[in-house]
Structure formats: C-alpha cells, structure tokens
Design a protein around this ligand. Structure first.
Ligand code: GAP
Length: 457
C-alpha cells in the first residue's frame, strides 16, 4: 500500500453508505461482529452477483477458449503438499510473552509488543490455511483444509476437462468460489478478509508462448475494469520483484487500484509456468500432459493465472462510482455504477399512493421485474425518492403520474444527467433495454417526447 490517497472518497463514507443502505454489514453484528467477516445485504448481494456475472460473461460465456467449473472447497490433503501451501503458505509471526497477541514480524517497527509493550518471541512460521477434520474422528489422518485459493481445483481437474471438452491449447478453466485464509492483518473494510470469494482463471498454453500470453492477460484484465466504469487513472500495474514472487511464480504483475487508503492490489496475474501440473503429476502419480497433434509431442503446459478476490472489485466499483454534487442547499450523493453492475436497474415511483394510480404503477412494476431487479418506492416526496435511488446507483426511475392514467404514458428519469423523457407504457421495456445497453436518453421511441422542465406538471 502506498501513501498516495484517493481524492474521490474516504473509506468512512463508503462503509457508512454500505451499511445505511443495506450493501454490507459486519458479520454476526448482534453478537458484536466477527473480525474481518462481512455479510452482504439486499443491495450488496445484487452488486456482488453482478460483478461475478460480468466477469463470467466476459471471461467464459463470450470466449471460445474458456470453460467453467466448480470444485469442492475441501480437497484431498495431498493437494496442499503438492501445491506447496503446506510448507510455503506461511507468515513469520512473533508472539508477545505477556499478552500472547501475535504480530507479523516484517510489519513491526520496534522489538516490543505494539499492544502492551511486552517482550516478543523469535519469529515462527504460521500457516494461513484453516484446518478442520473430516468425519467423526479428530486425528491427524482426518485433517482437511479449507482451500486458500480456488486454483488447485482446476489443476487437479486438468485432465478431466481436457478429456471431456476436447479443448486444444491455448485454453482456460475459470472458477468462482469461496476461499479461506487465516490472515493476521485484516482491515480496510472488505479489502482483506478471512473468508472471501475468488474469481480465477488458469489459462493453459504451450511452453515458450507463456510470456506472450501473460502480456495479453494483463491488458485483457485491465480493460475489463475500464469497460465497467473504473477511471483508468485509478488503475496501474505493479511488477513483483524477484524476492516477492510466490513459490510457484515466474512472474507476477498486480493490477493496483487507488483505494481510499492508497494504491493497493486489486488483482494478481501470475505466470505459474508448469509448476502446478508437474507437482500434481509427481504427487498423484498421474500424467498431466498434453499431446500436441501437430508436432506429435507430449508436454506439460504452462499456466497464466489472472486471479482476483470478488470483494476487491466490489469495493473498487463502489469507490469509483461514488460522487457528490451540490443540489440546491443539499448534497446529491450518486453512485454512478455501470448499468451492468447497478444492484437495481430501474425504480418505479408512483406520484401518489392513491388508486387507480397505484394499480397502474404496480402493473408497470410487475412487468419490469420479469426483466430486471426493480425497486418500488412510494414513500415521501418524489425528489427524496429520486435521491434515494441516486444514492444506491439505480440508473433509471420510472414515474407514474396522474396524466399517465389519461395518456398511458410514463416518464423515465436518468440518474446521471437527471434528464427525463416521456413515452407510452407499451414502449417502456424495449426503451429501458436500449438505455441500459448505453443508448442516449434522447433517442426516442415511437410516441416519445423529451420531458423538459417547463412541460412537467
Ligand atoms: N491463486 C493465486 C492467488 O491466490 P493471491 O495473490 O494470493 O494469489 C489473488 O490472491 C487475489 O485474491 C488478490 O489479488 C486479491 O484480489 C484476492 N485476495 C487475496 N487475499 C485476500 C483476502 N484476504 N481478502 C480478500 N481478497 C483477497
């Protein structure tokens, strides 16, 4: 993490908005919370699902060279011997001889306990994998680990995927799933937690082409964030030094984002070479080779791995979307989410709670819910309702007013410009589909008009 801070938003505002509007709550809050675990509320779960869906669509569905899978969280314990996690997934920790708190040795400034000033032990290696037991007996033979990365599930299934899909190199396997790490230093809201979801790709290539593919994936992943609305000046690459490289990596570059607390790792892209497949072949005794039909050679493919924890893009998208602007005597808070990410795509707002206006609004609401996540809000003034939707990033509000009962038309109000158009109800779904896909608001459907301030009732 670097000293430079985002000038856009501070973390407190994001934490407070997330909690106030139901994006993210501390886990088990009624019991005082569980350190570094978070619960996604009604809006947070939609946002997180949208991030995962956008990733899956771009990385799997729209590509011919990628397939998905979903491996189990608990894997054969030998997996972690082969992968090097049992030996190498460690942090050197020191323990206070007085209060017994443990600290990361390389993050301490002095040689005393930062909490009580007590004397510290020599550093000892501490494995970050969570351990549990499988079956009724709690002995060494029944120890299993909660996976600290989803990657290994894809390596051990390499041959299964190859045989069942007949993919040829280069091709990738993608997976989204939970991972667990007993992190010593947590914090910065959802940036680093002990339980988190990962979106990982293992992209298998012919040895010798790995460096080229590595560069390809750097650009591909950077562009994914930019396409979904992150300001490119808030993103940059950071090359790992030789000393920093993980045990499996030939080269690693992070995509860093300018989070409120400074530049920090959003995603890591690693060239894992043939380390993982070779290790699993050695430990399992099974061949994990590829046969090249053209050259008639058998070889172990190399792997390029773009890997990201879902909560980091969720936080980055929240921070980058956050905006405040003057609004008469108040401040308008807007989450300018890309429509694909917005938790609610549309809000239906009846101007009054009176019948038959409500009936018409509920009909519109029921129709639109078949297509998208839609909110319905009839409490307080229309101005306040617009502000509430702006604050959660809803791209469009549909207002049903008394004139709607006569002309069967409704207005659409755009979140960012606050411009409005009016259109026949029967054009609503198609028009919203086009606008959510990026069409200019003022491209009008048949019977539609620009709804100017002076024409509004
Ligand atoms: N399979 C490669 C791997 O696990 P990593 O650099 O340890 O590599 C990859 O983790 C990504 O996972 C990071 O770039 C980050 O986005 C995310 N990540 C790692 N630890 C995390 C944590 N404790 N909480 C949230 N996300 C985390």
């Amino acid at each position: 993490m670097t000293e430079e801070k985002s000038d856009k938003v501070d973390m407190e505002k994001i934490v407070s908005l997330s909690r106030r509007r139901g994006f993210i709550f501390p886990s088990s809050e009624i019991y005082g919370g569980l350190q570094s675990c978070w619960d996604y509320g009604p809006l947070g779960v939609e946002l997180k699902r949208n991030v995962k869906e956008a990733w899956w669509r771009a990385m799997v569905q729209e590509r011919d060279d990628m397939v998905g899978m979903d491996a189990s969280i608990m894997m054969h314990p030998k997996t972690w011997e082969a992968s090097g996690h049992l030996e190498g997934f460690t942090d050197p920790l020191v323990e206070c001889k007085n209060c017994h708190l443990r600290w990361k040795a390389d993050e301490l400034e002095g040689d005393k306990c930062p909490s009580c000033g007590g004397e510290l032990t020599e550093p000892r290696l501490f494995n970050m994998m969570f351990k549990t037991f499988m079956g009724p007996v709690e002995d060494d033979a029944s120890v299993v680990y909660l996976r600290p990365e989803t990657a290994q599930g894809m390596f051990v299934n390499f041959q299964n995927v190859l045989n069942t899909t007949r993919k040829r190199l280069p091709f990738g396997i993608a997976q989204i799933g939970k991972a667990f790490r007993n992190e010593i230093t947590t914090g910065n809201f959802i940036f680093r937690s002990r339980e988190f979801e990962m979106m990982e790709i293992e992209y298998f290539v012919k040895p010798g082409t790995d460096e080229e593919w590595f560069d390809y994936w750097l650009e591909e992943r950077l562009n994914w964030y930019i396409k979904l609305g992150i300001d490119k000046d808030h993103l940059r690459f950071r090359e790992h030094s030789k000393e920093e490289l993980s045990h499996y990596s030939r080269r690693t570059v992070d995509i860093n984002y300018l989070f409120p607390m400074g530049w920090a790792e959003l995603e890591g892209i690693a060239n894992r070479g043939d380390f993982d497949l070779s290790q699993h072949a050695k430990f399992s005794g099974k061949e994990l080779n590829y046969f090249d039909e053209e050259t008639k050679e058998h070889f172990v493919p190399c792997v390029v791995e773009p890997s990201v924890g879902v909560s980091r893009p969720v936080l980055a998208f929240l921070c980058d979307a956050y905006d405040e602007e003057p609004d008469k005597d108040e401040i308008r808070v807007v989450l300018r989410f890309h429509p694909d990410l917005a938790p609610m795509k549309v809000a239906v707002l009846p101007l009054s709670r009176r019948e038959p206006l409500v009936e018409m609004a509920k009909d519109v609401y029921a129709g639109l819910r078949k297509c998208w996540a839609v909110a319905y809000d009839d409490a307080q003034s229309i101005g306040r309702r617009y502000r509430r939707q702006d604050e959660i990033g809803t791209p469009f509000c549909v207002t049903v007013d008394f004139q709607s009962l006569e002309d069967n038309q409704v207005t659409i109000r755009e979140r960012d410009s606050m411009n409005q158009i009016r259109l026949p109800v029967e054009e609503l779904q198609e028009t919203l589909t086009a606008k959510l896909a990026g069409e200019d608001l003022f491209v009008l459907p048949p019977g539609g008009t620009v709804w100017l301030e002076e024409t509004k009732k």
